[in-house]
Design a protein around this ligand. Structure first.
Ligand code: UDP
Length: 239
């Protein structure tokens, strides 16, 4: 990247599954590895915003099956994402990368409020911005929030980091041996085929606003850095 080129700005979505290493709670070693990969890309001049999931703590839809009011369960889910944000912030700061956490639910002692123009300014100054508490609204998912934040903070691309899959497949590769990985895909195809790798609301928000999305696997070491700097890995989804 030359000095005068417009810096690449991307939105990375990290699922709660990653933070938990597939378990409930936090897997610090996994978060540390991902933080190091993010710091490596930031050191190369990529402006990075991150939306953090929370499924390793609570998913509102699942909790509501067990007798908790759905909206309240969703707020619990959103609060879970903030714990992941703080863990990621800590490992990024340990790796020498300056960060800010912004949350959609006000909690001034631990994070700034979500202020999009301030988030952009942080990125311009080389800080990684971590967005927590989803949209602050029940019935939404962090996939959808990732697209909304990318639009509002003018990111070039949404990068959906996945565990267990390295892109979008024609069917679930964990259950269907004939599933094939796609290099490219359109949003209308993804919606028509009912592909579940990303929420349908997130797909349609991208489709309606012409956002480019890349779905890639985080299992392979180095892949997070590769996706952040713009290497062609995983599946690209376009309008
Ligand atoms: N959530 C919500 N509104 C939002 C984002 C998240 O209600 O804008 C809640 C919802 O209950 C969700 C939970 O937070 O299940 C955790 O987020 P998500 O399931 O998207 O995390 P991930 O699947 O990425 O781990």
């Amino acid at each position: 990247m030359t000095e005068s080129a417009t810096p690449r700005r991307v939105l990375l979505k990290l699922s709660g599954e990653m933070f938990g290493g597939g378990q409930i709670g936090l897997a610090p070693d996994v978060v540390q590895r991902i933080a190091a990969e993010i710091a490596a890309a930031a050191a190369r001049g990529v402006q990075i915003a991150i939306v953090v999931g929370g499924g390793n703590f609570f998913r509102g839809a699942e909790l509501s099956q067990r007798g908790i009011d759905r909206a309240r369960a969703d707020y619990m889910g959103m609060l879970g994402t903030v714990m992941n944000c703080l863990a990621l912030q800590d490992f990024l700061e340990q790796a020498g990368q300056s960060t800010r956490v912004q949350t959609a639910i006000a909690m001034g002692q631990v994070a700034e409020n979500y202020i999009p123009l301030r988030a952009i300014r942080h990125m311009e100054k080389g800080r990684v911005v971590i967005f927590g508490a989803g949209a602050g609204m029940p019935y939404f998912s962090t996939d959808t929030v990732a697209v909304q934040r990318a639009l509002e903070t003018r990111c070039d691309e949404v990068l959906m980091g996945k565990n267990g899959v390295d892109g979008v497949y024609t069917a679930d590769p964990n259950t269907d041996p004939n599933a094939k990985r796609l290099d490219t895909l359109t949003y209308s195809d993804a919606l028509q085929r009912g592909l579940k790798v990303v929420d349908s609301t997130a797909f349609s928000l991208c489709m309606d606003n012409g956002v480019k999305m890349r779905v890639f696997g985080m299992g392979e070491p180095g892949n997070v850095t590769r996706a952040l700097v713009g290497e062609n890995i995983g599946t690209v989804v376009t309008a």
